[in-house]
Write a protein of this length. Structure first.
Length: 351
């Protein structure tokens, strides 16, 4: 099933406009207005529009694996999509239809499953994948073999080894600076830091495509109850950042921000982040609250502020067209009957 888009409407409008003569200029104005109204109907904010969504993979299986629990997305070298499930397996999806083409199981060095959350396809096609129970970042071959493991600063390890909480660690993963810098986002604050201040850890690429820990930055969520499930780098070094939360009986809160770590303080040597003077946080600007998007006929299986909302957790920039970044989101259904595996196509404009 293809994502629902306004492509057919726009194409029809363009074709009609081409055929119009001077005598039919009034019809051209009407067609242009119709297209503009269609675009406005898809707007979430002045910066973001929801081009379409798909529930085609919800509660399906492929190759003996449940197609769900999706926590991260990446564009592979052949243009297909890599979709990571937090139950320790990785799908290869057709970029247009989303149909699964391949699935690979993942494990740690002892053969145990991961709580796999963040994903990057590196320049050689290998996969960098986080697990948030340790946390860890491992490099895998295309067929799922472990090739490397990155060092993690001690304070970011799960207690008692460090100050983090299990299931609240490395959720987002992205490459910046032309692939020279890897950035992982913690989901929530570590012990000793003020609630709502999460750390973004970076690594610098070294010889042999290894990575060594580098600068760290502090990012404050809009509300301490919100975590950071995903980050994606833009070519200029800024980030798209998702913030997400859930309230029983109310539903999900999901917001998309443009963030700039380039002038933030390196917090790797600061033990406790408590809002002290002199620490420059990652600057951010709200692009949209997903609850403000049109529902486009979506339905929800549990209470939501907007039925199009679900547990959105994965994000990838798939390209750029007409001045906007094309962004794909996916929700993690947790293999739960009242949640949905839903893909969202957004157009995102940034200044």
């Amino acid at each position: 099933m293809r994502l629902r888009t306004v492509l057919a409407t726009v194409t029809a409008g363009l074709a009609a406009a081409t055929c119009l003569s001077a005598a039919g200029s009034a019809n051209a104005v009407a067609t242009g207005t119709a297209v503009a109204n269609t675009a406005a109907a898809h707007a979430c904010s002045p910066s973001v529009s929801l081009d379409g969504f798909s529930d085609a993979l919800d509660k399906t299986t492929f190759g003996g694996y449940f197609v769900g629990n999706l926590s991260a997305l990446a564009v592979d070298q052949d243009g297909s999509l890599a979709a990571l499930a937090d139950r320790s397996y990785l799908f290869d999806l057709d970029a247009q239809t989303l149909a699964p083409k391949k699935v690979v199981g993942l494990a740690d060095e002892n053969g145990a499953v991961l709580d796999s959350e963040g994903l990057v396809v590196d320049r050689d096609g290998t996969r960098l994948i986080t697990s948030e129970t340790e946390p860890s970042i491992r490099r895998y071959s295309v067929d799922g073999k472990i090739l490397d493991r990155l060092p993690v600063p001690p304070s970011l390890l799960v207690s008692p080894a460090g100050r983090a909480t299990t299931n609240q660690t490395f959720e987002g993963l992205t490459l910046l600076n032309g692939g020279r810098t890897l950035l992982a986002s913690m989901e929530y604050a570590i012990s000793g830091d003020t609630a709502g201040i999460v750390r973004f850890q970076t690594w610098q690429r070294t010889k042999g495509d290894h990575f060594e820990p580098s600068a760290q930055y502090a990012y404050r969520t809009d509300d301490p109850t919100l975590g950071v499930p995903e980050v994606q780098a833009l070519p200029d070094g800024r980030l798209l950042v998702l913030e997400r939360g859930f309230t029983s009986g109310v539903g999900n809160a999901v917001r998309l921000f443009l963030a700039d770590p380039r002038h933030a303080t390196d917090t790797s040597g600061i033990e406790n982040l408590t809002g002290q003077a002199g620490v420059r946080l990652v600057r951010k600007t709200l692009l949209t609250d997903i609850a403000s998007c049109p529902s486009l006929g979506a339905t929800a299986k549990q209470p939501q502020p907007n039925p199009v909302l679900d547990n959105i957790e994965g994000m990838v920039v798939t390209g750029r067209a007409k001045g906007a970044y094309k962004v794909l989101l996916v929700s993690d259904d947790n293999q739960n009957a009242v949640q949905t595996t839903r893909f969202y196509r957004l157009s995102v404009r940034v200044r």
